[in-house]
Design a protein around this ligand. Structure first.
Ligand code: SF4
Ligand code: SF4
Length: 167
């Protein structure tokens, strides 16, 4: 957390981390730095959907933000608009790509590949619309944050205890 106060995490990815990160924090800096896995947040109010001039980026009826590569112009508007740096241009097709929340899997009743392989079960896919989904117990028992809440994107990816406090 290079800026801000202890109650409000500041998310920063200088140059996407290509140049690395400072090795140490100054001893007199009381804030903490930590890494978080980033993926597309499948925002309810997604800037990427809003800026796409041809509707190639769209939200599925079940709330997943997807890209139709057949329509994508490769204009990069959405790459610029995403506050989380989640999009990139595929050099092979010159169209945009990003996390699809494993749409091909979750629509078949499977979980995402990252949830499937995580050896510590640190990731979980939940269905907020299903009142009997265990995700509701988790959200009740944990303090959760989203990245860059000030952007009001309606992020659907939650991080437990992101500020380092334990409830
Ligand atoms: S995280 Fe970025 S790419 Fe994903 S829905 Fe939000 S604005 Fe779009
Ligand atoms: S790169 Fe493709 S998906 Fe992104 S805004 Fe342009 S046309 Fe839309």
């Amino acid at each position: 957390m290079p800026e801000g106060d202890v109650d409000r995490p500041v998310v920063d990815s200088p140059d996407g981390g290509y140049g690395g990160f400072p090795e140490r924090q100054p001893a007199d800096d009381p804030s903490k730095n930590f890494f978080v896995p980033k993926l597309c947040n499948h925002c309810a109010h997604s800037p990427c959907v809003q800026v796409c001039p041809v509707g190639a980026t769209f939200e599925s009826p079940d709330g997943v933000v997807l890209v139709d590569k057949d329509y994508c112009l490769g204009c990069r508007y959405c790459v610029q608009a995403c506050p989380y740096g989640c999009r990139f241009i595929d050099p092979r097709s010159q169209t945009v790509d990003k996390c699809t929340l494993c749409y091909h899997r979750i629509t078949r009743g499977l979980t995402t590949a990252c949830c499937e392989v995580c050896p510590t079960g640190a990731r979980a896919l939940g269905d907020l619309k299903n009142p009997s989904d265990p995700i509701h117990d988790f959200l009740r028992d944990h303090k959760v944050h989203v990245l860059k809440p000030q952007m009001a994107t309606g992020s659907k990816v939650y991080y437990a205890d992101l500020d380092g406090s334990v409830r």
